[in-house]
Design a protein around this ligand. Sequence first.
Ligand code: PFF
Length: 459
Amino acid sequence: MLSNQAGDGKRTSLHGHWSSKMAFILAVTGSAVGLGNIWKFPYVAGENGGGAFVLVYLACVIAIGMPVMMSEILIGRRGRRNPVSTMELLGKEEGSSKNWRYVGMLGVIAGVFILSYYSVIAGWTLSYIVKSATGTFVGATATQVVADHEAFKLNVGMMSFVHTLFMSLTVFVVARGVERGLEQAVRFMVPALLTMMIVLLGYSITSGSFGAGVEFLFTPDFSKLTWGSVLEAMGQAFFTLSIGMGAIMAYGAYLPEETSITGASATVVAADTSIAILAGLVIFPLVFANGLQPDAGPGLVFQTLPLALGQMPGGAFFSTIFFILLSFAAWTSAIGLMEPAVAWLVEHYERTRAQAALIIGGTIWLLGFGSVFSWNIWKDKTFFQGTVFDNLDFLTNQIMLPTGGLFIAVFAGWVMCRNSTADELGGAGLSYKAWRFGARVIAPIGIAIVLFFAIKNVV
Ligand code: PFF
């Protein structure tokens, strides 16, 4: 095991540090903003009836997501190691048990599982760059765009190829390390994506059924809400913020001492939530204007946007730019998904970053074929929640991330002593008290209740 205890007693990270506070915020935002906001949020909101789901999602982001994110960052910065070793170290240091490392392990596994299907969908976005650029969608009708998407999903060779390409790109950045790889990739993507979403919003306001879209997203109909959809909303809050699996903990390990954890978390949560809501505001008006189905599932964004953009002047260009940015967003998130596993392998087994990235990346790549086949050759081989993809999605988002988040909140709120957490969060003022109440009470109880009732209904 490598040691990271500096002479003055303060720990330093073995993987380098962020060059500035802004770099950290950008990296965490880059990890948070991804397919979860633009691909997943609209389709799960659509499948769960809109308004009421969105309200529960927002409540989870604020009441559970925010304290869990702050807990992860503070744990990460205090331990300054990979999530497994950090939980083990702090567990012992705080007089509890080294078994807290299993929470880190759960996160490492969740990251591997999530990335295995995330990479497949990210591969779709890569394909859609080429489709857009070659004018596939120019002047296409809704039926044509939907048929094209259906045919695409049946193309095993193409899906395998783009999944492989995406994993190679991810391994490449992760192998290059924190400073050189992550920061550069994120620095321009977040502002560019935000700008693009605003341009698309302008189009959606002028050409879509904007009123119908807004009504769908913001008028809650609580009769549509089940424990299952509440769990899905909570899972989505975890997924979109990248919390509950140690990714943010791993990033926190590279955070300089003086950075405010509360400020950084608030910025990330605000940016991530705005992009998801923007995506909803872009997509649903277009869905209703074009007679598409809001509950079309994972294909929603791949049908709605190409169709709308194909009808707009300069559409091929905008559509190409949109899918390039979405691929970038997926890429910076994928890096976060691999980080806990890679950091763990580097520290625990003394591998180089490049070796670790290759080993973990290779495993994820292989696992990914379960999801590639979920849309074609194994389409009808369904069990429990559905295809391999459906099961991985359910297991990770709705079970592993909330469970991880529950333990992280309990650890930071109950196991760590007040001095340690106040030290990391910069004193015991009002925001500290709010965090502590969230981590000790709201997050654990909220997560436990939702998990309990949802699992009771599912099983
Ligand atoms: N937050 C990412 C998204 O919304 O696409 C997904 C994700 C990235 C989850 C990194 C977890 C993670 F560690």
